[in-house]
Design a protein around this ligand. Structure first.
Ligand SMILES: N[C@@H](CCC(=O)N[C@@H](CS)C(=O)NCC(=O)O)C(=O)O
Length: 215
């Protein structure tokens, strides 16, 4: 299946939008893009829970980033973003679950937002929230570091796990405290050192201006 070019609705500074952009870039899928700021007051977007991203492909509309990257991988030609085998595939789902359930909030919404994004935009920020995020982060980074060590995922072949994790670690390590902490997890840090050089990751960077970095 391929059909018309998909349309991604996202927010330039959104890490979840970047996940989808990375997946589209890895698959080589040409697409259109519509900007929507879900944080704007009274924002009326296409997502029933007020989030981004959303993908439209012909008459098919889908939200929830893990579902979107699964769809992109199956619906378009290009290199497979899922590994062969039950265990590596399960590890991919596990990394995505860790990112969503335990990673995004402390790494991005607490550390990155309050140490980098909000200060850059002159928005109020809280050192207590940064401290909370930094307290939660090691458990997340440790779990991911162990998975890298095992070698079934985040181990060279670029998969949906890499797509989902890269924007989160990019944001976290934009904060000096985050970069320092990442160094305590050498296998994960080595994964990131390689992943950040990937063309799909480099081409989807969102610089601080205009509009600020990711969150
Ligand atoms: N579960 C959603 C999470 C998406 C998400 O949280 N997106 C953020 C931007 S990175 C958002 O739209 N936040 C708006 C808000 O929290 O109000 C997914 O997997 O797509």
């Amino acid at each position: 299946m391929s059909g018309p070019a998909p349309i991604l609705t996202g927010f330039r500074q959104s890490v979840y939008t970047r996940v989808v952009r990375i997946a589209l870039a890895e698959k080589g899928v040409a697409h259109d893009y519509e900007e929507h700021d879900p944080f704007a007051p009274d924002a009326q977007g296409p997502h029933p829970f007020g989030r981004v991203p959303v993908l439209r492909h012909g008459d098919f509309r889908i939200y929830e980033t893990a579902a979107i990257t699964d769809y992109i991988d199956r619906a378009f030609d290009g290199p497979a973003l899922m590994p062969e085998g039950a265990r590596p595939a399960a590890r991919v789902a596990q990394v995505i679950g860790i990112v969503d359930a335990y990673g995004y909030w402390p790494l991005v919404r607490q550390v990155y937002s309050h140490a980098v994004y909000r200060p850059a935009l002159g928005e109020p920020c809280s050192s207590d929230i940064i401290t909370e995020g930094l307290a939660s982060a090691p458990r997340v980074l440790c779990a991911l570091d162990s998975l890298v060590e095992e070698g079934l995922v985040l181990a060279g072949g670029f998969t949906r796990a890499d797509c989902h994790l890269a924007p989160m670690i990019a944001a976290f390590s934009d904060a000096p405290q985050g970069a320092a902490m990442l160094g305590d997890f050498p296998r994960l840090a080595a994964w990131w050192a390689a992943a950040r050089e990937r063309p799909s990751v480099m081409s989807t960077q969102t610089p601080l201006s205009p509009g600020g970095p990711g969150r």
